[in-house]
Ligand binder design. Structure first.
Ligand code: NAD
Ligand code: MN
Length: 360
């Protein structure tokens, strides 16, 4: 009997989330079986918009207590055409991230073999980034309000909240992540010319702590200039740290520059590991293609590889990445968003075969 069993809470959610998480669990099981040594025990939760429409809430009241008994969470998407987006987001994904204090959102962006991004002549050797997004406060703190609704003097406020503890822990996390990568290079992204309080604070905290990581080369960029640099000088970037909003935007751009939103993975990490971390493809419910069986599952698979890595199953995570790269590289099962015709099932089967064929 394998000695290690990982309890995974699968929350497929809505739309294509349900399509890519189901096959993601299949792939996880295949990897576990292939290497032996560990087992995946998943529980699938039916939380999401269907549940909201029936019961008035996206997930049960004791959901966080339930999730805390798992080793990791595997999440699809929240978002349904019948429910306003702020309800689905604040009813499911954000309460999980915030309730389990998953403060480090990590988004790798790399061109996979066989995938042509929109940047001409830029291959995997020139685009290999990790964007670290502050995931617990900042612009998405939820602080704010609306008054005088419907009147000419109506006001809407979203207050960005930056705390020293919150800023320092994400910056240290990013400095350590940068240190673990071959280039040991970190770019701090803020907007401290226009936002003269919170962003100046971010710059100041960074200035105070970066000396603790003398082996990490650092630089600073304003977020608008960073978009230009990502497009024109992708090879000059390695690890990036930014606020919740800024990194949200930059990482969608990064996903597009690596070929498709359908590929991009993310981990909402609780680095202390006292609570489970959550792994998910970065795309949403994709209303335009849901129910058709044509969603690209690679973002979901890559997220599963990040999960294995976080759980300490590094070799299994690498085996899964090799299988994904073999499938994209051979261009036999190419999903529609990458210019092919392959269905979710066909891409999944190709990855399962590549896992079997891997003899390393
Ligand atoms: P989206 O990611 O759902 O779709 C954007 C475009 O990319 C669509 O054309 C879609 O077909 C395509 N696409 C996305 N993933 C794909 C995949 N795996 N394979 C092939 N094509 C793919 O973004 P959106 O349209 O802005 O949002 C739709 C809904 O999803 C909204 O309700 C939104 O709130 C929600 N959403 C949820 C999350 C999340 O839960 N993490 C993230 C983003 C959006
Ligand atoms: Mn986003």
């Amino acid at each position: 009997m394998p000695d290690r069993t990982f309890k995974i809470a699968a929350v497929p959610g809505d739309g294509i989330g349900t399509e890519v998480i189901g096959v993601g669990v299949e792939v996880l099981r295949a990897i576990a079986g292939r290497d032996g040594g560990f087992r995946i025990a998943e529980t699938v939760f039916d939380w999401g918009s269907e549940r909201y429409l029936k019961t008035g809430s996206m997930m049960p009241e004791d959901a966080l207590r339930t999730l805390k008994t798992f080793d990791a969470i595997y999440f699809g998407s929240a978002g349904d055409p019948r429910v306003p987006d702020h309800i689905t987001l604040w009813g499911l994904r954000l309460p999980i991230c915030q309730g389990l204090d998953q403060y480090a959102n990590v988004r790798p962006a790399r061109l996979l073999p066989g995938v042509e991004g929109p940047l001409k002549g830029v291959g995997p050797d020139r685009l290999d980034w990790v964007i670290v997004r502050e995931n617990s406060e900042g612009e998405y703190s939820g602080a704010g309000g609306r008054v005088h609704q419907g009147y000419p003097e109506e006001v809407g406020l979203d207050v960005a909240v930056f705390t020293r503890a919150g800023v320092e822990r994400i910056q240290r996390f990013a400095l350590e992540l940068a240190r673990s990568r071959p280039r040991k290079k970190l770019t701090l992204v803020t907007k401290s010319n226009a936002q003269r309080h919170g962003m100046v604070f971010w710059d100041a905290v960074f200035g105070q702590i970066k000396g603790d990581y003398p082996d990490v080369e650092t630089d600073k960029m304003l977020v608008d200039a960073m978009t230009t640099r990502m497009v024109l000088k992708p090879e000059s970037i390695d690890t990036v740290v930014a606020t919740n909003l800024h990194a949200d935007v930059l990482s969608d751009l990064a996903a597009a520059l690596t070929g498709s939103l359908g590929i991009a993975p993310t981990g909402n990490l609780r680095p202390e590991k006292d609570f489970p971390s959550m792994f998910e493809p970065i795309h949403g419910s994709a209303f335009d293609i849901m129910g058709q069986g044509i969603a690209n599952p690679i973002g979901s698979f890559w997220s599963a590889a990040m999960m294995l890595d976080h759980l300490g199953e590094t070799a299994a995570g690498q085996r899964l990445m090799r299988a994904i790269e073999r499938v994209t590289g051979e261009r036999k099962a190419v999903p529609r968003d990458l210019g092919g015709q392959a269905t979710t099932r066909q891409v999944t089967d190709a990855v399962l075969q590549a896992i079997d064929a891997d003899n390393e």
